[in-house]
Structures are given as C-alpha cells and as structure tokens.
Write a protein that binds this ligand. Structure first.
Ligand code: MG
Length: 245
C-alpha cells in the first residue's frame, strides 16, 4: 500500500496517468507524418513522437504558465517537427489543416491504461474520494475521460480554473478543497516528477506520487530522477495498480 494512513482523497493527473496519451500522440503524429513528412521513413516516426513529448523548447510548459495559448504552443511545436523532419513551414491556414488532422487522429487514439478503471473503483470501494487535476483545458479533458470510460471521475481543476497549471500551488489547493478533504489528507498522482508529485508536496498535500511507467519517460528538459524523488519523500510507482499494493 503506497497511500499513507492519513490520506482520504486521491487526485489524479489525466494525461499519461489515467489515459495513455503517449499512445494517442503516437497514433496522431504517425498519421501527420504520413501526410506531411512524406520523405521520412515510417521507422522514424518514433523520433517525431519523442521530439513532441520532450517539448525541448518548453512551449507546452509556457502554455501551462499562461504565457502562450493552446494554439500558439501547438503551432510552434508543429513547425519544429516540420523543420526537424523535412516538412514545409506552416502558416496560420496551413496549421489549421494540420491541427484538424491532429485533433481527429489524437481522439481516435484515446484509451485509458488497463488498470485505471479498476484502481478508481477500488479506491472508491475503500472509501477514498477521487478527482482529477489537469494542466489541459476542461472541454478537452471532459471529452477525453468520457471517451476512455472514465467520465464519472470529477475533473476538479484544469488550466481554465486560474489560467495557470501545475506546479502553481493554487491549483493543488483548489483541487483538494473541491475534493472535500484537507490538504494533508490529499494525495496527488501524476507522471511528471517536477510538476506533479513535487508540485503537490510544495503545495502542502499529504503525499506526492510519481507514476514512472517503464519506457515512458519524456527526456529533454523533464526531470526524471528516481533517486531525487525518493530523497524528497516522493513515492515512485511503475503503474497505478501499485497504489493499493
Ligand atoms: Mg501527465
């Protein structure tokens, strides 16, 4: 049992925590590469996914700090991919078409991790409150959870709430308040060490848990040190199933 005795409520990150977003990006970017990066061999599509997820220039993080719009960050990243892998530069109109294909393919790929449903059900059966706190937008995340069979999970806080996301302490404090449990009785579970588990502890939550799935690290500027996490009192688990032992 990873959850400590004081915990009464569990807040989950959504992307790459409850939902296999990496798999959905892999599908979407493969479709886009087939359309826009026609010189790139299929065997290199994994490199496109890796560059997207690494977010080396921090465009997505800038979005979560309220410094860029969702469109701006995605257009910048699309053009970085094209520049790196031999696609044309996308202007506004070109990006609209790219993004339409991105969104439809991304949605086709949405799928929960195998254990997400059963872990949520088991937590509730044992009396825990369960909610979600995400750095993406509410409309997108509501649609995503519903498509993944997790539509009963309350999305408590998103980027829409304050215009900024994790690791800003306000989002954790607000999610805990809405969950109806004290900060000390709240645990946060997410796949990004710095903004999720560390951010939660920084905001005063009782527990920060890092889901470090084998082979799923992002690389780039993301901090992903197990030793550092453990030294800070962060629990590290390879899947959600470990939460309940
Ligand atoms: Mg995540």
């Amino acid at each position: 049992m990873i959850l400590n005795d004081r915990i009464e409520g569990v807040l989950f990150d959504i992307d790459d925590t409850l939902v296999d977003t990496r798999g959905a990006f892999a599908h979407a970017l493969s479709v886009l590469a087939g359309e826009y990066l026609t010189e790139l061999p299929t065997g290199r599509h994994g490199e496109v996914l890796a560059m997207w997820r690494a977010d080396t220039h921090g465009h997505y993080r800038a979005y979560t700090r309220g410094e860029k719009s969702a469109r701006e960050q995605r257009m910048a990243r699309a053009n970085e991919l094209h520049s790196e892998f031999g696609g044309v530069h996308l202007d506004d109109r070109g990006f609209d078409e790219w993004d339409d294909l991105f969104q439809s393919s991304f949605k086709e790929g949405w799928k929960a991790f195998d254990e997400s449903r059963s872990v949520i059900d088991e937590l509730r059966a044992r009396g825990y409150r369960v909610g979600a706190l995400s750095n993406a937008g509410l409309a997108l995340q509501t649609e995503k959870l519903a498509a993944c069979g997790l539509g009963d999970v309350d999305i408590l806080v998103t980027l829409d709430t304050f215009g900024v996301g994790k690791p800003d302490p306000r989002v954790f404090v607000e999610a805990s308040r809405l969950l109806g449990v004290s900060l000390e009785a709240s645990a946060y579970v997410g796949d990004e060490l710095d903004i999720d588990a560390r951010g939660a502890l920084g905001a005063g939550l009782g527990q920060g848990i890092w889901v470090d799935r084998p082979g799923a690290r992002r690389g780039g500027t993301h901090e992903e040190s197990t030793a550092a996490a453990v030294a800070e009192g962060i629990a590290v688990v390879p899947s959600l199933a470990e939460l309940l032992g």
